[in-house]
Design a protein around this ligand. Structure first.
Ligand SMILES: C[S@@+](CC[C@H](N)C(=O)[O-])C[C@H]1O[C@@H](n2cnc3c(N)ncnc32)[C@H](O)[C@@H]1O
Length: 457
């Protein structure tokens, strides 16, 4: 095999101008068209870069010295937010972050030869910090005691952190109360190398409107020593707590939560509201993490659906029924499908509590259920899909084509799979009729959510 020559070598220091920013928020420097990825630099900046890793197709570099600064650069007061996955875009001013997200989608469309599609400016937040209503914090024994924090990007090295910058500060305070109790009762942190130890993760959720707090202690063992004392300590240290749950995860996996929950104190669930509808949230259910932006996202999707109370709507990947129930007010009938049984139980309960009787929920894989509905002759006027990052299964798109709804609303959390799926929808007769609307659900990170409206050609 011919030896591949690359234009840089490990350890080399070069001076270069940053050409671009990747979807993950890393700077890109080109050496004879060969890309070098460099964290913490921005397009247009000149920098001294040390090459740290070389492969046949690309290299990684480390910023040594910044020679010129981009006007979009902002100072971030704690470098740990950049080094962890907390705020990888933290050096980019917020208006520039919003443009970056719009540009990300435009670039992907261009690569897919869909450049005729327009992308609207990203809908941002007034206060793009402290927005998350949920934290999942790893626990580790280090520096002589149990620590909570966040992993360094691309690793499982814990960086102890007390102010998480993008989380609701009340959640940060609750984590510290839990951490101190775990220390006080000498609870052993889980060690993923040996598979030993007890506490793996602390999860905290807080209702944006309700202010109800749920604390979930994820353990590697069936028993949590001093469970009663710990629960009592949380009750006295976290005044808004409504639910304390032990989740057992004995598997040696990267999955954070197991399937077994034991309520240690209070209720099994908490509540919150979205667009005036009350939602029950269980430890395992998916619930959007940025409630303020979620309301904007759903309002955009609902307005795009153009409902007048006469339509039948399918909400595929419905979670606990948030979109379905918000839509039900404006539709004749809504069908929701979701893979997690507990989420569907919550969805049904949510419908009851809100006295919504025109929504029906089914547990199942959206792709299988859509094909089943299609065979049964269900003819929705509007199909809403809100899949996870991997996007839609082709079976679902085929079934959608056969069901022929007048409108399809695609809520996407991954522009790459969105663009792929838009091409597939085109092949079953759907085209995009409005500019794609990005909504910033995750300020300070490169993630972007978007709403796309399609109609039959
Ligand atoms: C991005 S979330 C959207 C949830 C909901 N629409 C919301 O906004 O809260 C995607 C949901 O799809 C569910 N899911 C993942 N794969 C699925 C599949 N094959 N079929 C049905 N649901 C699935 C997940 O459990 C999750 O609740």
């Amino acid at each position: 095999m011919a030896k591949i020559t690359v234009p840089v070598h490990k350890g080399e220091v070069l001076t270069a101008t940053v050409a671009d920013l990747t979807y993950e928020g890393n700077g890109v420097v080109k050496v004879d068209n060969y890309p070098v990825f460099v964290p913490y630099v921005l397009p247009g900046e000149q920098a001294e870069i040390k090459i740290t890793k070389v492969t046949a197709k690309f290299a990684w570099g480390e910023l040594q010295q910044l020679l010129t600064k981009s006007p979009d650069r902002v100072e971030i007061n704690d470098a740990r937010y950049l080094k962890t996955g907390i705020a990888p875009l933290g050096i980019l001013s917020y208006p520039a972050q919003l443009k970056f997200k719009q540009h990300q989608i435009e670039e992907l469309l261009k690569k897919a030869h869909l450049d005729e599609l327009k992308v609207a400016p990203t809908m941002g937040m007034d206060q793009p910090y402290h927005y998350r209503n949920k934290a999942q914090v790893p626990v580790k024994y280090m520096r002589g005691q149990l620590q909570t924090g966040f992993y360094k990007r691309g690793s499982h090295d814990l960086v102890p952190i007390e102010d998480f910058y993008i989380q609701d500060p009340k959640i940060d305070q609750a984590i510290l109360v839990v951490r101190d109790l775990l220390r006080k009762y000498n609870i052993r942190a889980y060690d993923e190398r040996t598979g030993r130890g007890c506490i793996r993760t602390v999860m905290v959720r807080r209702g944006y409107y309700s202010h109800e707090i749920m604390v979930v202690l994820v353990t590697n063992t069936k028993q949590l020593p001093h469970a009663e004392e710990i629960a009592a300590g949380i009750v006295s240290g976290v005044p808004e707590v409504k639910s304390i749950v032990q989740n057992v995860n004995t598997k040696r996996t990267n999955k954070l939560l197991g399937l077994e929950n034991h309520t240690l104190w209070g209720s099994d669930t908490i509540h919150d509201q979205l667009l005036g509808i009350d939602f029950t949230i269980s430890p395992l259910s998916f619930y959007q993490v940025n409630p303020q932006q979620t309301e904007k996202l759903y309002q955009t999707a609902i307005a795009a659906a153009g409902l007048d109370g006469t339509q039948t709507v399918i909400d595929a990947y419905c979670g606990i029924g948030t979109i379905s129930l918000a839509v039900a007010k404006h539709a004749k009938k809504v069908y929701g499908v979701e893979i997690v049984p507990a989420a569907i139980e919550d969805a049904k309960q949510n419908a009851k509590v809100n006295q919504i009787d025109n929504a029906e929920f089914v547990v199942g894989k959206a792709e299988e259920q859509m094909a089943k509905w299609q065979k049964e002759g269900l003819k929705p006027d509007v199909l809403i899909v809100d899949p996870p990052r991997k996007g839609l299964d082709e079976t679902l798109i085929d079934a959608a084509g056969k069901m022929a709804p007048a409108k399809i609303i695609y809520v996407s959390c991954n522009p790459a799979t969105l663009v792929r799926d838009l091409q597939r929808f085109a092949s079953v007769g759907y085209h995009v009729v409005k500019p794609i609307q990005p909504v910033d659900q995750f300020p300070q990170t490169p993630h972007v959510e978007s709403v796309v409206v399609m109609e039959r050609a």
